[in-house]
Design a protein around this ligand. Structure first.
Ligand SMILES: Cc1ncc(COP(=O)(O)O)c(C=O)c1O
Length: 375
């Protein structure tokens, strides 16, 4: 037997991330508009604070669920409906997705997700042995929920859970208030567990309601990676009703024990300090980058690209095969993600992250423009 013959079926089912694949063999000095990060240098205030923690504190394990002060702040800042005891701090939102899906899905259960959507949901759900079913979003209406589509899938199959991302990765569109209410209602009627990933909620240009406001029977996933540009610090969480939070936390405990001490302490400082939040949020820059990207690409593609209500993605329809287009972009020194990575409905689209330095963005867009003009 060779060592790989010993691998479990669940590990063998894991597929390579289509987003990371774009980065492989990229020419040196490629401009990365592919990865979902908003890179920012740490501010001097944060550096000073980190120094204080390093000099003055003992870096032990924290409670499995996370430092109580941090859970209090998350409950205060984000939720009316979840108490600090109903929140568990995780190693990024990715661990929250892993813990939540593994806590609720059995072998053969059906998980429903929209198409297009963040591809990790399918991979992680399939790791648990569950089956993934999709419903197509309406690409003619800014990827809104197509109620007929959704009802037809739910009517035909015994769905156990519905996992949404609001605002969405890859489209950066968010659900209307009516659609939010409709989804909660239909899930209750059909006894489907609703799980919502809200990691991009604070990156919305307009106030959007958290699904948690619609009831206590919804599981929420979120984190600071995107809204605070802190992908490397790995601070996420899930919020779940008190009846189940201990069970979910147990799985988290046996996976990672707790989120890193220093990251949790930094998160406390960030959430305490409105000034730091504003420094970090940089919505004005994101707004300017979004406007510039839409204007530029609409000009090159000769149609008006719709404006999504959140940052940092544009999910742009292109009149070419997306895999071929992305390959040409790569050869021309700019990295973007092919839409088909996010599902069938993503074909003939590319996802662009415009949340990068403005000068880099300008250069990257110029290179995309050259590719469009090469067809
Ligand atoms: C929708 C969504 N959820 C979760 C994550 C993972 O976030 P984190 O870096 O906090 O693990 C991402 C990262 O791209 C994401 O797009």
């Amino acid at each position: 037997m060779k060592i790989h013959d010993y691998l479990s079926d669940s590990v063998n089912r894991l597929t390579e991330s289509g987003i990371r694949k774009v980065l492989q063999n990229a020419p040196p000095n490629s401009i990365n508009l592919a990865l979902g990060e908003i890179p920012r240098p740490l501010s001097p205030l944060i550096k000073n604070y980190l120094n204080e923690i390093i000099q003055n504190e003992i870096h032990n394990y924290t409670q499995n669920q996370g430092i109580e002060e941090l859970r209090n702040l998350i409950s205060d800042c984000y939720y009316d409906n979840f108490s600090p005891d109903e929140i568990c701090i995780t190693v990024g939102a990715e661990e929250a997705i892993f813990t939540v899906l593994n806590s609720f899905l059995n072998q053969g259960d059906l998980l429903l997700i929209p198409d297009p959507i963040f591809p990790a949901y399918k991979t992680i759900a399939e790791f648990t042995g569950a089956k993934v079913v999709t419903f197509a979003l309406d690409c003619t209406k800014n990827f809104a929920v197509n109620r007929k589509q959704l009802e037809s899938v739910i009517g035909k199959m015994k769905i156990k859970a519905l996992l949404l991302c609001n605002p969405s990765n890859p489209t950066s569109h968010s659900l209307s208030t009516e659609d939010q209410e409709y989804i909660v209602k239909i899930c209750r009627e059909k006894k489907i567990l609703l799980i919502v990933d809200e990691i991009y909620l604070s990156l919305s240009f307009f106030p959007i309601r958290s699904f948690s406001e619609l009831g206590k029977d919804i599981v929420i996933i979120s984190g600071l990676s995107k809204s605070f540009s802190l992908t490397g610090w790995r601070i996420g969480w899930f919020a779940a009703p008190s009846e189940v939070i201990n069970k979910l936390t147990r799985l988290h405990q046996f996976t990672v024990t707790c989120a890193p001490y220093i990251s949790q302490r930094l998160a406390i400082k960030l959430l305490q300090s409105k000034k730091l939040v504003d420094d970090y949020f940089l919505k004005n820059n994101l707004n300017r980058n979004q406007k510039h990207s839409i204007e530029f690409l609409s000009g090159e593609l000769k149609y008006q690209i719709p404006t999504p209500d959140a940052a940092p993605y544009l999910f742009v329809e292109i009149p070419y095969d997306d895999l071929n287009f992305v390959q040409r972009c790569k050869s021309n020194g700019v990295l973007v993600v092919p839409g088909s990575v996010f599902g069938e409905m993503g074909k003939n689209h590319i996802r662009i992250n415009y949340g990068v330095d403005f000068k880099l963005l300008e250069q990257g867009l110029k290179r995309i423009g050259e590719v469009i003009n090469s067809y």
